[in-house]
Design a protein around this ligand. Structure first.
Ligand code: GUN
Ligand code: ZN
Length: 440
């Protein structure tokens, strides 16, 4: 594996939850295949340009000196609706079910027009990358053509993604619904077409919108397809109290919302369920047993007034947990905003229950990187900078021309990193890499 680039300087990543490793004087070698060949901690210049250069056969000109910048892993957004980016920052005045009807279904129905789709999809992917999101789990719409178009745009731009054609065959408006047969057929065709494109970074994901908009027949068939093709699965669960009651009334014979997905073979280690706010302990036990993952979407949950998810309950059970923007239930396409709201969410639980240990920002950073990599079943490839993984990274510049925060002489590297997490934004994102390819 020939070296293409060596990053020299400060490198920050998570190994375990609550353990952010801040490496100064590090050197990280990226191979031509895009994977990480070596990570050397605390090495002097003469070692980098001497014995290390000799061992791995690279020249001085291949070394990138980070200077005052630092390297962190790319963020992983485990739940986002690409078409809803059109509405991000608007329509924030209604709870989930009314919000879907008034704002969300109408905008998604417009993606039957490819010209409209191209405009929004180009902008959302560019925005996500600028924010340092190197992996994203996207819901598209019910439209096959537009969903493939999103996959092509993501592929061109070089992002890593799971992209789902949304399935919904009931309880949806007349202008935005499929028949059961259409939904099954276009899902199969979508997987076939996407696989033909042969981009290993862009994968299909089975996407029943949520149980209320899918008939038993559709849910059953999607479970079969997911098993046959070995694909990931994404949906929503237990986001809003009225939604939970609705599911109970539609599936009276099943024990719980979680049981609905489990019953149709849609809850396993390849599953990502967004929100999961109002799950019972028994349902969480089922998540643990099935090894299904959860996407925590606090920006959305605060904006739509859905509730505060208890991260500690999830983490205690060893359930895989990542962060999601849930654009546009969430107004922000930045995982940094989600990190901050995950802290506020946990603090709000602590306010009422002093036995709850508030989430730390280090833990939230872990969830945004390593946690997410586990949720998407790619922890052997992404999430941090351990050798053998693929190089998905952001170069952060705390001194960029219009940085939104200031650094003072007494600030340690740890302080600067924390300032970036709390006050930083895309103005500090100098460059972004996915599998070694520079995409920003
Ligand atoms: N539940 C079903 N569809 C949606 C959606 O588009 N956004 C959110 N936040 N929840 C949903
Ligand atoms: Zn969502």
């Amino acid at each position: 594996n020939k070296i293409s680039k060596v990053f020299r300087g400060t490198i920050i990543h998570s190994l375990e939850i609550n353990n952010v490793e801040i490496l100064q004087n590090a050197a990280l070698g990226v191979g031509e295949s895009g994977s990480i060949v070596f990570l050397k901690r605390d090495v002097a210049d003469d070692q980098v340009f001497g014995e290390i250069a000799k061992e791995y056969s690279f020249t001085d000109s291949q070394v990138v000196n980070l200077g005052k910048k630092f390297l962190i892993p790319g963020f992983i957004d485990t739940h986002a609706h690409a078409p809803q980016y059109h509405n991000a920052g608007t329509g924030t005045d209604l709870p989930l079910l009314k919000w879907l009807e008034k704002y969300t279904f109408p905008v998604e129905s417009k993606f039957r027009e490819l010209k409209f789709a191209r405009d929004v999809y180009t902008k959302v992917v560019d925005r996500m990358l600028k924010n340092g999101t190197t992996t994203c789990c996207y819901f598209a719409t019910i439209h096959l053509d537009a969903t493939l178009l999103l996959a092509d745009i993501v592929g061109e731009r070089g992002q890593r993604a799971f992209i789902g054609k949304v399935c919904m065959d009931r309880n949806s408006p007349d202008h935005y619904v499929e028949t059961t047969e259409q939904s099954i057929q276009s899902t199969k065709q979508y997987i076939e077409e996407l696989n033909k494109r042969g981009n290993p970074l862009v994968q299909p994901i089975i996407t029943p919108r949520f149980a209320p908009t899918c008939t038993d027949h559709l849910l059953k068939e999607l479970g079969v397809i997911a098993k046959d093709k070995g694909t990931m699965i994404q949906s929503h669960i237990s986001e809003n109290i009225d939604e939970v009651a609705w599911v109970k009334s539609i599936f009276p014979e099943l024990k719980s919302y979680t049981d609905v997905y489990k019953h149709f073979d849609l809850l396993n280690k390849k599953t990502i369920m967004a929100h999961a706010i109002h799950l019972s302990d028994e349902e969480l036990d089922t998540f643990e047993k099935c090894e299904a993952g959860i996407s925590h979407c606090p920006v959305s949950n605060f904006t739509l007034g859905s509730g505060a998810m208890d991260v500690r309950k999830v983490l205690r059970k060893n359930i895989k947990l990542g962060l999601g923007t849930d654009i546009s239930g969430g107004y922000s396409s930045s995982i940094l905003t989600v990190i901050k709201d995950s802290l506020k969410c946990s603090n709000s639980i602590f306010f009422h229950d002093k036995s709850h240990t508030p989430l730390s920002y280090e833990e939230a950073f872990y969830l945004a990187t390593v946690g997410g990599s586990k949720v998407v079943e790619l922890s052997d490839r992404i999430g941090n900078f351990l050798p053998g993984k693929e190089f998905d990274a952001q170069v952060i510049d705390p001194f960029s021309a219009n940085s939104p925060f200031d650094v003072f002489e007494a600030d340690t590297t740890h302080d600067i990193f924390q300032k970036f997490i709390f006050n930083g934004d895309d103005r500090n994102v100098d460059s972004v890499y996915v599998k070694g390819r520079k995409v920003i």
